[in-house]
Every structure is written in C-alpha cells, then in structure tokens.
Design a protein. Structure first.
Length: 404
C-alpha cells in the first residue's frame, strides 16, 4: 500500500530545489567558461564535461545502489555534485573546470539513478505515470525559474557567485534526502566483488537484450530530439530567422511554459490509458515541430513551431522514467536502470555533436530536418516495437529474473 504523498519530502522537494539550482547555472556556465578566454571548441568541451561524467557514472551508480541503498547513494550523489560544482566555481584553470565537471556528472549519475530506483520501488504500476510525470514537471518548473535568479546573482556578485548558491541549495537537498528517504527495501545480495557485479551486469544485459535494443533505441532517439532542440532553436532563430536575444528569449520562455503545463495531463494519460498514449504522440509532435522549424522564416512561424515542440515534450513528461521503471526486473533494478540511463544519457550528450556536425556540413535547416527524423523514428519505435507496460507490467515483455 502506497502511503499518502510518499515522495513529497524524500524526492519531490529535493528534486525541485536542485533543478532550480541547475537552472541558475544554465545562463552562467557558457559565460563563465568564456571568461577563461578560450576557444569555442574548448567552451564546448567544458560544457560537455558533466554529460560525459554522467555517462561514466551511470553503470557504476546502478551497481553501487545494491550495495549501499537508496538513501546513501542519493546523499552521496548530491554531496559530490554540490562540492564539485562549488569547485568548478572556484577553478583557476581550464583543466580544473573539465575535471570538476566530470566529477559533478558522476555525482549527478548517482543522484539520478537513486531517485529513479526509489520511485520504482515505492510506487505501484498504476500510479507510476503520475508520479514520474510530476517528477518531470518539477524538474521543468525548477529549471524555468532558476535562470533569472542565476543571472541576477551573476550580475550583482560576479560569475562565481551562482556556483556557491548551487552548493548551498544542494546541501538543502542532501539534508532532506538524508532525513526523509526510507530505505525499507532490502539491499541486493553480495555478488562477489567487482568481478561478480560485472558478471551479473552482463547477465542482466543478456537477459533483457531484446527490450534494451528496442525500447533503448527509442529512448536514445527520444533524448536526442529533446537535447537537440536546446541548441538548434536558439541558433536557428539567430542565424536563419535573424532574431535578437530578447525575441529568442520569448520564444523559449513561452514554449517552456506550455511544456510545464502538460506534466499532470501526461501522468493521467499514462496511468489511465497506457504509456504509449503519451509516449508516441509526444515524440511524433516533437518531430513534426522540428520539421516546422525548418520551414519558419519569421518570429511568429518559429514561435508556432516551438510551441508544438514544447507541447509534445510536455506530453512526454516522465515517459522515459516510467518505461524504465516498468521494464526493470525487481531482482536487478539498479543494474537495469544503470544501463537504461546510460542509453538515454548517450542520446542527450550526443545530440549537440550531431547537430553541430550536420550544421557544419549542410546547414542548420538540414540539421533541423535530421532532428525531425530522429523524433519521428522514436515515435515509430515506441508504437511498433515496444509493448504496452501499464496493464501487464513486466510480464508484457517477458522479463525473466536473473540469477545471482
């Protein structure tokens, strides 16, 4: 039986305040990296460091979850993340920026996987869509509210100040997690050290290879189109449509507002009708919206296309978290979610590289059409090759328990 608001202070409030802290740094980080008087390529490397750290940390975090439990992985992850971002703000050289960014990404992997696994363990199948959609909505709300505060802090006290604020907010999330996270579920059995854990991870991948290769590919494409829009739309607005910064800001803000407004309907759709009823339209709409971006030549045209993308992304709030939770085998939640998140993070991290490479070769409009194809491919995969998991749960995909 799920208690009333079981995730409020253990998960939702920490998620909201830490996503707010992350939002504070979104307008600051590129300018901060640029203040070291480095090339655009090196700025890109600095900005990508946390994403690479996330990729490095996903699978180890999934393994570690079974050894120390939800609470301690959550506390450790947010502690590492907060201290590493403080170190980024105090860094005196570019190698230090990159190193601490990598460490922050590994802490973020622990934080993300512990939260995902906690929801998987504490929320029933029939309530999972609403719970994860709310989780996704809180991330959107925090990220929406944070940039203005971060910019104000940076303008008033210097570009290093928001990093100090990030560390303080992360400390609040750490305290809440330490107090309210309930580790009532048993830890995973001992698997014989690093070799044993590696062998078990290989067993998990082999046992669930079919669903990881289909749903996983869908998630890879889904996260690519989500991440790709963040770099494509501002560049397209400035370089193709010729808009100034305030106009671009309005387009992004209005799309984000629609995105945020959709998280609760997305959860209801997933829990009442099925996961596909939210997932397939979400990424189909994002693909269509990206195609409309390539046709836009005015502010109103680009705004309309971006609003379609924002609506689609909001409709998909929590869908990848929910699907990962539905598919994860009870005996190996941490290992499965480590691989699941690695696939999604690879899509998020790789999208800017794909966008930049295609844009350099054939132009921004073509890059936008490529992302449109990626979004439509994600929708097609989820529609045709991934089973509905709401009514029959893991049995729908014939997930087998993996022996120790």
């Amino acid at each position: 039986m799920v208690k009333r608001n079981p995730l409020l202070f253990s998960l939702y409030v920490p998620t909201l305040i830490l996503s707010f802290a992350t939002g504070m740094l979104s307008p600051i980080m590129p300018l901060y990296a640029s203040s070291f008087e480095i090339s655009y390529m090196l700025i890109g490397v600095v900005l990508a460091a946390q994403g690479v750290g996330n990729l490095i940390g996903d699978i180890p975090a999934g393994i570690l979850l079974g050894r120390i439990g939800h609470r301690w992985l959550m506390v450790t992850g947010v502690g590492i993340l907060g201290l590493a971002m403080l170190a980024v703000g105090l860094a005196r050289s570019v190698p230090m920026l990159i190193l601490f960014g990598l460490v922050a990404g590994m802490g973020n992997a622990m934080w993300n996987i512990s939260r995902h696994a906690y929801m998987t363990s504490h929320i029933t199948l029939q309530q999972r869509g609403r719970a994860t959609a709310t989780f996704g909505g809180l991330n959107r709300i925090g990220s929406f509210a944070g940039p203005a505060v971060g910019a104000a802090l940076g303008a008033a006290y210097g570009l290093r100040a928001p990093f100090v604020a990030f560390a303080l907010v992360a400390g609040m999330a750490l305290v809440l997690s330490a107090i309210f996270v309930n580790d009532s579920h048993e830890l995973a059995p001992h698997r014989g050290g690093l070799r044993g854990h590696s062998l078990h991870l290989a067993q998990v991948v082999r046992a669930h290879f079919q669903i990881l290769s289909t749903a996983g590919l869908g998630q890879l494409f889904a996260q690519m189109v989500r991440s790709g829009r963040n770099s494509l739309i501002p560049l397209y607005a400035a370089d193709v449509v010729g808009l100034d910064l305030p106009a671009i800001g309005w387009i992004i803000t209005l799309a984000a507002a629609i995105d945020m407004a959709m998280f609760y309907p997305a959860g209801l759709i997933m829990d009442r009708y099925g996961r596909k009823y939210a997932t397939v339209p979400s990424f189909a709409l994002q693909g269509i919206g990206m195609a409309l971006v390539a046709l836009a030549s005015t502010f109103s045209g680009l705004l309309a296309a971006t609003l379609v993308i924002g609506f689609g992304n909001g409709l998909g709030s929590g869908t990848m978290l929910t699907l990962g939770s539905d598919l994860a085998p009870k005996e190996s939640i941490g290992e499965f979610l480590g691989v699941w998140r690695l696939i999604g993070d690879a899509g998020s991290t790789g999208a800017p590289v794909v966008v930049g490479g295609v844009a350099d070769l054939v132009g921004l409009s073509s890059a936008t059409l490529v992302m449109a194809g990626v979004g439509l491919a994600a929708a097609a995969i989820f529609a045709l090759f991934v089973p509905e998991t709401l009514h029959s749960g893991r049995a729908a995909v014939q997930v087998k328990a993996v022996g120790d």
